[in-house]
Design a binder for this molecule. Structure first.
Ligand SMILES: O=C(O)C(=O)C[C@]1(C(=O)O)C=C[C@@H](O)C=C1
Length: 362
C-alpha cells in the first residue's frame, strides 16, 4: 500500500471517530442543559457551577485513563468540555489579578476552562471588591509560590472580607526572557519583570545578564507590554504574555527552581460540598502567649488531621496579636474535622472558616 492509501484509511477512521465524539459531546451538553432546568426548578439562589462535582468528574477521567494520552492531557480536554457545558447553563464570570497575560489569568483558565468570562483587575484588593460587589461570581488570586513563599497581601485580605475560598489551582511557572522584534539582542541593558519573577530567576540573571539593570514593575504582563517598543530592554514573563504581545523568546524556562509553581485561590460566596478529597482553610486570632500555637495545633495532631500549611500574620488590631492561617486535609462537614474545629474554637479569641474546597486536580 502506498503512503497516500494508508493515510486515507487512517484518516477515514479518524473522521468516523470524530463524528461519534461530536455526537456524544452534544448529548452530554444536552444533559447539562437539563441539569440547569432541574437546578432552576428548585428555585432560590441557583448554583450552576459546582466545584465538587467538577473535581469528581476530572478525578474519574484521570483514574480510568488508559493512554496513550497522559492523564493530565485527558483531564484538560474534559476540563474544556465541562467549561463549554457550564457556559450553556450560565457562563461563569471570573475576575483575576491582571492585566491580560498574567499567570493568574493562566490559572483562571486552567481552573474554569476557556468558556469562562474572565476580567482583569488592577490589584488583589480590586479582585476581592469585584466579587464582594457581585459583579462577578468568582475571583482568582495568587497565594503562595514554591520559591518566593506566601503572598501576604492575599492572606491579609481575608481578615476584613466575608468571601470564602471555593477552590485552589496550582500552576507550574515557567519564565521566559522576551524581546520585541526591534530589540538589539547584544545591547540588552534593562530587564523588566514583577519583583517575584525577578527573584525566581535571580541566579540565571546573575549568570547571563550580570550587568543589566533589573526593574521591578507591577506585573509580568506589564513588563511584556513595555518591551514591545524598547530596543535595549527585555522582559521576564510567561508564555501567555509572550503570545499576547507578540514577543520573541530569547531564553526558555529560566526559573532557578525547575519545579517552580504558584498556588492560586478561587474566592466567592459559595459553600462547596465535599468532593471526597478536600482541604479546609481556617483563620484564627490568638494573643501572643507562650504555647499559643502549640495549643492551637494540638487537636489536629491528636485527631490525625493532616496540616498542609500554617502561616502567621500580625493582626490588624492591637500590637502583638496574631492571625494564623491554617490549611488542612478534610472538609468542614467531616465528623473528625467538626470535632477539631469545636475544640480550636474554644482555645482562640476568634475563628473563621475560610472554606472547604476540592484539592486542586489539574
Ligand atoms: O453536574 C452539574 O451540576 C452540572 O451542572 C454539569 C456540569 C458538567 O458539565 O459535568 C457542569 C457544570 C458544573 O460545574 C458541574 C458539572
Amino acid at each position: 500500500m502506498t503512503e497516500a492509501e494508508q493515510l486515507a484509511i487512517l484518516r477515514d477512521q479518524i473522521d468516523q471517530i470524530d463524528q461519534q465524539i461530536q455526537t456524544l459531546i452534544n448529548q452530554r451538553a444536552q444533559c447539562a442543559q437539563k441539569v440547569a432546568e432541574v437546578k432552576q426548578a428548585s428555585g432560590g439562589d441557583v448554583q450552576f457551577y459546582r466545584p465538587e462535582r467538577e473535581a469528581q468528574v476530572l478525578r474519574r477521567v484521570m483514574e480510568r485513563n488508559q493512554g496513550p494520552l497522559s492523564d493530565e492531557e485527558m483531564a484538560r480536554l474534559f476540563r474544556e468540555i465541562m467549561s463549554a457545558c457550564l457556559a450553556l447553563e450560565e457562563p461563569v464570570k471570573v475576575a483575576f489579578l491582571g492585566p491580560e497575560g498574567t499567570f493568574t489569568q493562566e490559572a483562571s483558565l486552567k481552573h474554569f476552562g476557556h468558556s469562562a468570562v474572565t476580567t482583569p483587575m488592577a490589584s488583589i484588593d480590586d479582585v476581592f471588591r469585584e466579587v464582594e460587589a457581585g459583579a462577578v461570581a468568582y475571583g482568582v488570586v495568587p497565594v503562595e509560590n514554591s520559591t518566593e513563599g506566601v503572598i501576604s497581601h492575599t492572606l491579609d485580605s481575608f481578615i476584613d472580607s466575608s468571601l470564602k475560598i471555593s477552590g485552589e489551582v496550582v500552576l507550574r511557572i515557567h519564565q521566559y526572557l522576551l524581546v520585541g522584534t526591534n530589540t538589539r539582542r547584544d545591547k540588552i541593558s534593562r530587564i523588566y519583570s514583577h519583583s517575584s519573577s525577578l527573584a525566581q530567576c535571580r541566579k540565571w540573571l546573575d549568570q547571563h545578564y550580570p550587568t543589566a539593570e533589573r526593574i521591578a514593575v507591577s506585573s509580568n504582563a506589564e513588563a511584556a507590554r513595555l518591551v514591545q517598543s524598547e530596543w535595549h530592554s527585555a522582559a521576564i514573563a510567561g508564555d501567555m504574555a509572550a503570545q499576547l504581545y507578540g514577543l520573541e523568546k530569547l531564553a526558555e524556562r529560566i526559573e532557578d527552581q525547575p519545579d517552580n509553581s504558584t498556588r492560586f485561590l478561587i474566592i466567592g460566596n459559595q459553600e462547596v460540598l465535599a468532593s471526597g478529597d478536600d482541604k479546609t482553610s481556617l483563620m484564627v486570632a490568638t494573643r501572643n502567649q507562650p504555647g499559643a500555637l502549640h495549643d492551637l495545633l494540638e487537636p489536629f495532631h491528636r485527631l490525625g488531621i493532616d496540616l498542609t500549611r500554617v502561616e502567621t500574620r500580625p493582626s490588624k488590631v492591637g500590637a502583638w496579636n496574631y492571625v494564623f492561617f491554617i490549611d488542612f486535609a478534610g472538609h468542614a462537614g467531616d465528623e473528625k474535622v467538626q470535632t477539631a474545629l469545636k475544640e480550636i474554637g474554644q482555645r482562640v479569641s476568634d475563628m473563621k472558616i475560610l472554606g472547604s474546597y476540592p484539592k486542586g486536580v489539574l
